[in-house]
Structures are given as structure tokens and as C-alpha cells.
Design a protein around this ligand. Structure first.
Ligand code: ATP
Ligand code: FE
Length: 370
């Protein structure tokens, strides 16, 4: 069988076509990144209009690259949550439209589950259950993936998401005023700036929530401390309004370091909890890290160290599957199709709440010692 997946939850319009063996037959992606960078952040109605403008073309070009037409497709999937309502609506409506027109079943997809399960597309030997860390523009969460349809949530961010913190930091540092950063997302910009650092330890950041034994995350504190240093430097060194502070590389590296330490520390908590509760067989312990921030090589190196220490295998999808794309949606739909879960012939009245175990999970009490 062949499944077409549509992604439009935030600022990427994506379409992927996959068969049930996991072969990627076709794909297409339209990114709104530059528009939103120029606007200083995502303006939801603008994102919605751009999705509307591009969705048809994106789906057509995915079909074309697969050399297929709608009659060859067995089901259509689309991200229905979570995300910006004005963005989600476009992909969901277009997906349902295709289903009505061509008499296909519809498979609604939860965006974060799609991020989590992409790892199984490239690693067919990756079996449930596994531990998953999702770090992206809107989320930070740790969960145990028990099956396609069952996730146990261990912790989430209590404030910003890491990608959001990177995006805000990069903007505040005015990195785009330097030509080589112009087309980069905030996370990419901070990673590049940090790679030029020579003395990051001059900025003494401490990881947050160290005294808590749970898996909650926080990024707003580090972001605010960072902003304070920028302001201090701007004032004391007389930096012009369109200029970048002299210490931008070291500050970026210090910020990236504290984010990495925090992620690693929370991950350790999760691994200890998993061990205490015997949630994953010891011989198959695997951590999947995905979402846009998983593209960051420094963060990945930190996570790798923790994985080695706790005897976990680290699985990180390639960058183009970590950020938003249509393939992950199609793949999640393949998983559901094969398990016959959440495939709707009659999809007009489906309740979105019911189709997303990850979105509906309650956070487990990780902090209790046994
Ligand atoms: P969510 O998945 O939570 O709904 P989203 O879909 O907007 O959010 P993704 O496309 O998964 O987010 O990821 C985008 C985020 O990833 C942006 O915040 C971006 O700054 C960040 N990002 C991209 N590349 C890197 C990198 N190399 N290092 C750190 N962050 C990065
Ligand atoms: Fe995403």
C-alpha cells in the first residue's frame, strides 16, 4: 500500500509519499522560514495564507516526484494537532478534500508522535518500547513510546521550548545582521556562532531545576540570564543598535552548553526512572532524539555521552527528518495503517482528542524514588 502524508502545523508545508515497506517514493517541502525571519517571528495568519498558497503545489510536486497519481494512493494522512490552528487547518482540510474527491480513507496524525516515530522509518530494527526525547520549536518532552498508540509522558517544559529559546536568543543577538547568518534558523545561528567561541566559561550559567528529581524542563531562565548579559555588554561597550556584541560567540556557546547540560541531566533522570520501573528491556535500551533541535551536533554529542554511560543506543534521524516534513507524517500513517489504528473511512466527525495518545497522556510521577 502507498500513503500520502501532509504536514502544515507550523511554518513548513510538506508532503511525503511512502509505501508500507518504508520506501520513500516522493516528497516535497515548502519552507516559510525566510518570511518569518524577516517578520521577526511567526505571524500566524501570515503562515496560514502561505500554506494555503502552496499546499496544492507541494502535494502535486510530491506526487510528480513519485511518478504517481491519486489513484495509486491508498490513504491520505495529515497533521491535525498540535500546532498553529490557522496552519493546521490548511493541511487537514486539503487532506480531507483529497479523501472525499478520490474516495480514500483519512489518517489524522499527531505532530509530536510523527517526530517520535520517524526513527523507525530509518531503523526498522528499532522495536517498542523505547525512550524518546523530542526537542523542537514548540516542545520539549521525554516519553516512553510503548507502541504506535501508547506513549507514557515523563516530562515537558514548564516554559519555553528549546528551539523557541534559540530563536529568541538569535534575534536578540541580532545575528542576522551578519551575512552568513541571514538564512539560518535561530538554532542553526546559535550553533554556528558557538563554534567560533574561545572562552565560553566566562559566562557562568547553571543548569535549572537541578534540585528537582523529575523530568520537567525549563529554558526561560537561561534565556533571561543571557539577555541580561547582552544588555550589559551593549551598554558597557557602547554597541550600536544594529551591531552584534563582541562576545556573541562565547555567549552563544555558554547558552548552548547550559541547554545541553540541562537536557542531559533530565535525560539521566528519565533513564534512572526507566530502570527503576523496568520499562525497557536492558538489552534493547534505546533513546530516540528528534525534532528540529535534534539537528544540533553539540547537543547530540552531550546526549551520546549520557547514552554511553547508561548503556543506551542513541538513534537520531537525519536532519531533514528531524525538522518538519511530510515524510514523517506519511510514515506515522504507515505505522497506523499496518496496525489498523486510526484509519477513518468516515472521517467527517472524528474527534481529534481521541487519536493522539501522546497529546492525551498524563505526566508520570518520575520524582518518586520507587
Ligand atoms: P514543534 O515540533 O514543537 O511543533 P516546530 O515544528 O516549529 O515545533 P521543528 O521544525 O521541529 O519545530 O524545529 C524547528 C526548531 O528547530 C526551530 O526553533 C529551530 O531554531 C530549531 N533548530 C533547527 N536547527 C537547529 C540546530 N542546528 N540547533 C538547534 N536548534 C535548531
Ligand atoms: Fe515540529
Amino acid at each position: 500500500s502507498v500513503i500520502l502524508g501532509i504536514e502544515s502545523s507550523c511554518d513548513d508545508t510538506g508532503c511525503g509519499i511512502i509505501d508500507t515497506e518504508g520506501n520513500i517514493l516522493g516528497e516535497s517541502l515548502h519552507s516559510q522560514l525566510l518570511v518569518h525571519l524577516n517578520n521577526g517571528g511567526i505571524i500566524p495568519p501570515v503562515a496560514g495564507v502561505l500554506h494555503r498558497k502552496n499546499i496544492e503545489q507541494v502535494v502535486e510536486s510530491a506526487l510528480k516526484s513519485a511518478n504517481l497519481s491519486m489513484k495509486d494512493i491508498d490513504a491520505v494522512a495529515a497533521t491535525v494537532k498540535p500546532g498553529l490552528p490557522m496552519s493546521l487547518e490548511v493541511g487537514t482540510m486539503f487532506g480531507k478534500l483529497l479523501c472525499r474527491k478520490h474516495q480514500k480513507p483519512f489518517i489524522p496524525i499527531h505532530h509530536m508522535e510523527a517526530h517520535a516515530l520517524t526513527a523507525r522509518l530509518q531503523n526498522p530494527s528499532l522495536e517498542f518500547p523505547f525512550l524518546v526525547l523530542l526537542i523542537s520549536g514548540g516542545h520539549c518532552l521525554l516519553a516512553v513510546a510503548h507502541s504506535v498508540d501508547k506513549f507514557a509522558l515523563l516530562g515537558e517544559s514548564i516554559d519555553d521550548a528549546p528551539g523557541e529559546a534559540f530563536d529568541k536568543m538569535a534575534r536578540r543577538m541580532k545575528l542576522r545582521n551578519l551575512p552568513e547568518y541571514y538564512e539560518l534558523s535561530g538554532g542553526q545561528a546559535i550553533e554556528l556562532a558557538a563554534s567560533k567561541a574561545d572562552d565560553p566559561l566566562q559566562f557562568p550559567f547553571t543548569p535549572p531545576l537541578l534540585q528537582y528529581k523529575d523530568c520537567k524542563f525549563s529554558f526561560a531562565g537561561a534565556k533571561n540570564v543571557c539577555k541580561y548579559y547582552i544588555e550589559k555588554e551593549e551598554l558597557s561597550k557602547g554597541v550600536a543598535p544594529d551591531e552584534v556584541i563582541p562576545d556573541v560567540a562565547n555567549l552563544s556557546a555558554a547558552f548552548l552548553l547550559v541547554v545541553t547540560k540541562h537536557l542531559c541531566q533530565r535525560l539521566q533522570r528519565a533513564m534512572e526512572y526507566v530502570a527503576r520501573k523496568s520499562l525497557i528491556p536492558i538489552e534493547r535500551q534505546t533513546l530516540v532524539v528528534s525534532g528540529g533541535v535534534a539537528c544540533n551536533n553539540f547537543i547530540a554529542q552531550g546526549l551520546e555521552i549520557v547514552c554511553n554511560e547508561y548503556n543506551y543506543k542513541l538513534v537520531r534521524p537525519p536532519a531533514k527528518l528531524c525538522t518538519d516534513n511530510g515524510i514523517m507524517v506519511a510514515w506515522n500513517a504507515v505505522e497506523r495503517w499496518k496496525a489498523n489504528i486510526g484509519v477513518y473511512k468516515d472521517f467527517e466527525g472524528i474527534e481529534v482528542e481521541k487519536i493522539s495518545p501522546l497529546g492525551a497522556s498524563l505526566i508520570e510521577d518520575v520524582s518518586r524514588e520507587n
